[in-house]
Design a protein around this ligand. Structure first.
Ligand code: HEC
Length: 139
Protein backbone atom coordinates (compact mmCIF):
# COMPACT_ATOMS: atom_id res chain seq x y z
CA UNK A 1 0.00 0.00 0.00
CA UNK A 2 2.81 2.39 0.92
CA UNK A 3 4.56 1.51 -2.33
CA UNK A 4 1.45 2.51 -4.26
CA UNK A 5 1.30 5.87 -2.52
CA UNK A 6 4.94 6.67 -3.15
CA UNK A 7 4.35 5.85 -6.79
CA UNK A 8 1.29 8.12 -7.05
CA UNK A 9 2.74 10.88 -4.91
CA UNK A 10 6.51 11.24 -5.22
CA UNK A 11 8.43 11.27 -1.95
CA UNK A 12 8.31 14.69 -0.30
CA UNK A 13 5.07 15.65 -2.00
CA UNK A 14 2.59 17.44 0.29
CA UNK A 15 -0.27 15.32 -1.07
CA UNK A 16 1.23 12.20 0.51
CA UNK A 17 0.06 12.62 4.10
CA UNK A 18 -3.66 13.35 3.49
CA UNK A 19 -3.75 10.45 1.04
CA UNK A 20 -2.37 8.08 3.62
CA UNK A 21 -4.80 9.34 6.28
CA UNK A 22 -7.75 8.79 3.96
CA UNK A 23 -6.56 5.28 3.21
CA UNK A 24 -6.13 4.46 6.90
CA UNK A 25 -9.63 5.65 7.81
CA UNK A 26 -11.14 3.62 4.99
CA UNK A 27 -9.18 0.55 6.06
CA UNK A 28 -10.28 0.92 9.66
CA UNK A 29 -13.98 1.46 8.88
CA UNK A 30 -15.18 -2.13 8.35
CA UNK A 31 -12.95 -3.52 11.13
CA UNK A 32 -14.49 -1.01 13.54
CA UNK A 33 -18.06 -1.93 12.68
CA UNK A 34 -17.37 -5.62 13.39
CA UNK A 35 -17.08 -4.52 17.03
CA UNK A 36 -20.71 -3.35 16.92
CA UNK A 37 -23.61 -4.75 18.89
CA UNK A 38 -25.25 -7.98 17.92
CA UNK A 39 -28.38 -7.42 15.84
CA UNK A 40 -31.38 -7.52 18.21
CA UNK A 41 -33.71 -8.61 15.39
CA UNK A 42 -31.46 -11.60 14.79
CA UNK A 43 -31.73 -12.65 18.46
CA UNK A 44 -35.51 -12.12 18.47
CA UNK A 45 -35.84 -14.36 15.40
CA UNK A 46 -33.65 -16.99 17.07
CA UNK A 47 -35.82 -16.77 20.20
CA UNK A 48 -39.05 -17.30 18.21
CA UNK A 49 -37.63 -20.18 16.18
CA UNK A 50 -36.18 -21.87 19.25
CA UNK A 51 -39.56 -21.77 21.02
CA UNK A 52 -41.31 -23.09 17.94
CA UNK A 53 -38.67 -25.83 17.57
CA UNK A 54 -39.15 -27.09 21.15
CA UNK A 55 -42.91 -27.26 20.85
CA UNK A 56 -42.76 -28.88 17.41
CA UNK A 57 -40.42 -31.58 18.76
CA UNK A 58 -42.83 -32.13 21.67
CA UNK A 59 -45.67 -32.45 19.13
CA UNK A 60 -43.51 -34.92 17.15
CA UNK A 61 -44.03 -32.80 14.07
CA UNK A 62 -41.10 -33.90 11.90
CA UNK A 63 -41.72 -31.43 9.09
CA UNK A 64 -42.16 -28.33 11.23
CA UNK A 65 -39.33 -29.12 13.62
CA UNK A 66 -36.81 -29.84 10.87
CA UNK A 67 -37.85 -26.65 9.12
CA UNK A 68 -37.28 -24.64 12.35
CA UNK A 69 -33.88 -26.31 12.87
CA UNK A 70 -32.94 -25.66 9.25
CA UNK A 71 -33.78 -21.96 9.64
CA UNK A 72 -31.80 -21.72 12.87
CA UNK A 73 -28.55 -23.00 11.33
CA UNK A 74 -27.62 -19.93 9.24
CA UNK A 75 -28.70 -17.63 12.11
CA UNK A 76 -26.33 -19.35 14.52
CA UNK A 77 -23.70 -19.11 11.76
CA UNK A 78 -24.27 -15.31 11.76
CA UNK A 79 -23.88 -15.20 15.54
CA UNK A 80 -20.70 -17.25 15.20
CA UNK A 81 -19.35 -14.87 12.53
CA UNK A 82 -20.20 -11.85 14.70
CA UNK A 83 -18.20 -13.16 17.64
CA UNK A 84 -15.35 -14.46 15.45
CA UNK A 85 -14.97 -10.95 14.07
CA UNK A 86 -14.71 -9.55 17.61
CA UNK A 87 -11.67 -11.76 18.12
CA UNK A 88 -11.85 -11.79 21.92
CA UNK A 89 -14.95 -13.96 22.45
CA UNK A 90 -13.83 -17.54 21.88
CA UNK A 91 -16.45 -19.04 24.24
CA UNK A 92 -19.22 -17.28 22.36
CA UNK A 93 -17.88 -18.54 19.03
CA UNK A 94 -17.88 -22.08 20.44
CA UNK A 95 -21.42 -21.77 21.85
CA UNK A 96 -22.78 -20.48 18.55
CA UNK A 97 -20.98 -23.23 16.64
CA UNK A 98 -22.29 -25.87 19.04
CA UNK A 99 -25.85 -24.54 18.64
CA UNK A 100 -25.48 -24.75 14.87
CA UNK A 101 -24.28 -28.37 15.14
CA UNK A 102 -27.12 -29.25 17.51
CA UNK A 103 -29.62 -27.83 15.00
CA UNK A 104 -28.14 -30.14 12.36
CA UNK A 105 -28.37 -33.06 14.79
CA UNK A 106 -32.05 -32.31 15.44
CA UNK A 107 -32.86 -32.51 11.72
CA UNK A 108 -31.34 -36.01 11.64
CA UNK A 109 -32.93 -37.06 14.93
CA UNK A 110 -36.51 -36.05 14.10
CA UNK A 111 -36.02 -37.57 10.63
CA UNK A 112 -35.24 -40.87 12.37
CA UNK A 113 -38.14 -40.42 14.85
CA UNK A 114 -35.63 -40.10 17.73
CA UNK A 115 -37.73 -37.53 19.56
CA UNK A 116 -36.11 -38.04 22.98
CA UNK A 117 -32.68 -37.41 21.49
CA UNK A 118 -34.05 -34.36 19.65
CA UNK A 119 -35.51 -33.04 22.92
CA UNK A 120 -32.08 -33.42 24.56
CA UNK A 121 -30.45 -31.52 21.69
CA UNK A 122 -33.05 -28.74 21.98
CA UNK A 123 -32.38 -28.53 25.72
CA UNK A 124 -28.66 -28.28 25.00
CA UNK A 125 -29.33 -25.39 22.58
CA UNK A 126 -31.34 -23.55 25.25
CA UNK A 127 -28.48 -24.11 27.69
CA UNK A 128 -26.07 -22.60 25.14
CA UNK A 129 -28.31 -19.51 24.85
CA UNK A 130 -28.17 -19.01 28.59
CA UNK A 131 -24.41 -19.61 28.84
CA UNK A 132 -23.72 -17.05 26.17
CA UNK A 133 -26.09 -14.48 27.70
CA UNK A 134 -24.49 -14.93 31.11
CA UNK A 135 -21.14 -13.79 29.75
CA UNK A 136 -21.92 -11.62 26.73
CA UNK A 137 -25.33 -10.02 27.17
CA UNK A 138 -25.05 -6.74 29.00
CA UNK A 139 -28.57 -6.40 30.39
C1 HEC B 1 -22.94 -16.87 21.26
C2 HEC B 1 -23.73 -16.00 22.07
C3 HEC B 1 -25.22 -16.09 22.06
C4 HEC B 1 -25.99 -17.20 21.84
C5 HEC B 1 -25.56 -18.63 21.55
C6 HEC B 1 -27.36 -16.75 21.96
N1 HEC B 1 -27.41 -15.42 22.24
FE1 HEC B 1 -29.09 -14.32 22.54
N2 HEC B 1 -27.97 -12.66 22.83
C7 HEC B 1 -26.59 -12.62 22.81
C8 HEC B 1 -26.15 -11.26 23.08
C9 HEC B 1 -24.71 -10.79 23.14
C10 HEC B 1 -27.32 -10.51 23.27
C11 HEC B 1 -27.41 -9.01 23.59
C12 HEC B 1 -27.40 -8.20 22.33
C13 HEC B 1 -27.40 -6.73 22.66
O1 HEC B 1 -27.99 -6.32 23.67
O2 HEC B 1 -26.78 -6.01 21.88
C14 HEC B 1 -28.45 -11.41 23.11
C15 HEC B 1 -29.79 -11.03 23.21
C16 HEC B 1 -30.84 -11.89 23.15
C17 HEC B 1 -32.24 -11.52 23.32
C18 HEC B 1 -32.73 -10.13 23.65
C19 HEC B 1 -33.13 -9.39 22.42
C20 HEC B 1 -33.76 -8.07 22.81
O3 HEC B 1 -34.77 -7.73 22.18
O4 HEC B 1 -33.24 -7.40 23.69
C21 HEC B 1 -32.99 -12.63 23.18
C22 HEC B 1 -34.51 -12.74 23.29
C23 HEC B 1 -32.07 -13.72 22.90
N3 HEC B 1 -30.79 -13.24 22.90
C24 HEC B 1 -32.47 -15.03 22.71
C25 HEC B 1 -31.60 -16.09 22.46
C26 HEC B 1 -31.98 -17.47 22.33
C27 HEC B 1 -33.39 -17.99 22.49
C28 HEC B 1 -30.85 -18.17 22.07
C29 HEC B 1 -30.67 -19.66 21.85
C30 HEC B 1 -31.57 -20.35 20.98
C31 HEC B 1 -29.73 -17.23 22.05
N4 HEC B 1 -30.22 -15.98 22.29
C32 HEC B 1 -28.44 -17.60 21.81
C33 HEC B 1 -25.74 -13.67 22.58
C34 HEC B 1 -26.12 -14.97 22.31
Amino acid sequence: MLKLFTRICPRGSAAWAPGLLLCLSVACGPAGSAEGELDIDLMQTIEDLNKSLSSNIALRDVKASSSDARELQPLFAQVEAHFSAKGDALDAVELAKKSKELSAAIIKQVGASQFDAATDSATAISRACRSCHTFYKKS
